[in-house]
Design a protein around this ligand. Structure first.
Ligand code: TYM
Length: 330
C-alpha cells in the first residue's frame, strides 16, 4: 500500500481539512508507506504573496506534525522541492484532454464567469495533481469528497498513457473518502463547503482558533429552531443541523445515528455547547504542539528538506520511465 496525499499551504488548516483528510492521514500511517506534501505548486495557480506563501509552507508543515503526522514514519515534504512533480505534469499534459479538464467542477466554481482571466495553471491544476500521485505509484489517496473528481481524472490520464505508449507504467490510484467528515460544510451556510476561501472567518473553525473563538463560532453557527431529531431521516432538509451532527460524529469517530441516540430531542441550546466543548478538547493538544513547533522554524525546514530528498528518490524511476516511454532523451 502506497498512500499519497497533499494539501495547499494557503490560509489556516480548518476543520474541513482536518476531518476530511488530515485525521485520516494520521490514522493511515500504520497501514502503509505514506507520502504527504504541501501543494505549494498548486497554490501559485492563483496569486499568492510570495512572503506569505513561504511562511505558509512552514506553518502548514507545523500544523500537520501537530495533528500527528510523524516525519519519522511518513515522508513529509513540499512539492516545489521535488522538481519531478512539475516535470511529470508537463509530460502528462500531452495525454490529458481539454474535454476532460473542461468537466472539472472545481475549475468551473473557481473560475466562475471569469473564465478568460484565470490562470492557465488553474485549468491545468488537475494534471499536476495526477502527476503528484502517479509519480509515486500511489495505490490509495485519502481526500475529502471535493477531490474525488480530480482523482478520477488521474486514473483516466494513467490509463490513457499506459495504453497510448503500450506500457504498464502507472498504477491506478484509489481515492479513499471517509464517511464522516468527507464534506464538512460552512457554519454559516449548510449548503456550502467549509473552505479557506470563504471571506467570512465565522464560517469555519481554524486549528489556530482559541477556545473562546471556537465557542463563539459554534454558538453563532446557523441552525434552525427545531430540536435534534431521533433518527437520521429527520435531518433531511436541515443542512445546518446535519452538518453539526456530522462534525460531532466525525470528531468522536461514530455514525450520525450514534450522535442522535445520545442527543436526539435536545435543542441547539444544549447541543452547541457540547459540540464546542468537544472541539476545544480536540484542538487543545494540537495547538500546544503547534506552539512548540513554531518556536523552531529551522527544524521544520530540515524536516521538509529530508522528506523532499526521500520523495525525489522514490519518484525518480517512474519519472525516468515516463521520459523513456515517450521517446524523450533526458
Ligand atoms: P485542499 O488544500 O483544498 O484541501 C486539503 C484536503 O482537505 C479536504 N477538504 C475537505 N474535506 C471535507 N470537508 C471540507 N469542507 C474540506 N475542505 C477541504 C480536501 O478534500 C483535501 O483532501 N488539490 C488538493 C491538494 C492536492 C492533492 C494532490 C490531494 C494537490 N495534489 C494529490 C491529493 C492528491 C487541494 O487543493 O486540497
Amino acid at each position: 500500500m502506497r498512500i499519497v496525499s497533499g494539501i495547499q499551504p494557503t490560509g489556516n488548516l480548518h476543520l474541513g481539512n482536518y476531518l476530511g483528510a488530515i485525521k485520516r492521514w494520521v490514522a493511515m500511517q500504520d497501514e502503509g508507506e505514506c507520502l504527504f506534501f504541501l501543494a505549494d505548486l498548486h497554490a501559485i495557480t492563483v496569486y499568492n504573496d510570495p512572503a506569505e506563501l513561504r511562511a505558509n509552507v512552514r506553518a502548514m508543515a507545523a500544523a500537520l506534525i501537530a495533528c500527528g503526522i510523524d516525519p519519522q514514519r511518513s515522508i513529509l515534504f513540499n512539492q516545489a522541492r521535488v522538481p519531478a512533480h512539475a516535470e511529470l505534469a508537463w509530460l502528462l499534459n500531452g495525454t490529458a484532454r481539454m474535454g476532460w479538464l473542461n468537466r472539472m467542477t472545481q475549475f468551473k466554481e473557481k473560475s466562475g464567469k471569469n473564465r478568460e482571466a484565470v490562470s492557465v495553471g488553474l485549468f491545468a491544476y488537475p494534471v499536476l495533481m495526477a502527476a503528484d500521485v502517479l509519480l509515486y505509484q500511489a495505490t490509495h489517496v485519502p481526500v475529502g469528497e471535493d477531490q474525488k473528481q480530480h482523482l478520477e481524472l488521474a486514473r483516466d490520464i494513467a490509463t490513457k498513457f499506459n495504453t497510448d505508449f503500450a506500457v504498464d507504467l502507472f498504477t491506478l490510484p484509489e481515492p479513499l473518502i471517509g464517511k464522516a467528515g468527507a464534506r464538512v460544510m460552512s457554519l454559516r451556510d449548510g449548503t456550502a463547503k467549509m473552505s479557506k476561501s470563504d471571506p467570512s472567518d465565522m464560517s469555519r473553525v481554524n486549528l489556530t482558533d482559541d477556545s473562546d473563538l471556537i465557542a463563539q463560532k459554534i454558538r453563532k453557527a446557523k441552525t434552525d429552531a427545531d430540536p435534534l431529531p431521533d433518527g437520521v431521516d429527520g435531518l433531511e432538509g436541515r443542512p445546518e443541523a446535519r452538518n453539526l451532527v456530522a462534525i460531532y460524529a466525525a470528531l468522536t469517530g461514530q455514525e450520525a445515528q450514534g450522535v442522535l441516540d445520545q442527543h436526539g430531542g435536545q435543542g441547539f441550546g444544549a447541543f452547541k455547547p457540547a459540540l464546542a466543548e468537544l472541539l476545544v478538547e480536540t484542538m487543545r493538544p494540537i495547538k500546544q504542539r503547534l506552539d512548540e513547533l513554531n518556536a523552531n522554524p529551522g527544524e521544520l525546514d530540515a524536516i521538509l528538506e529530508r522528506g523532499s530528498a526521500r520523495a525525489a528518490e522514490l519518484g525518480r524511476p517512474t519519472l525516468l520511465n515516463a521520459y523513456e516511454a515517450l521517446g524523450l532523451q533526458r
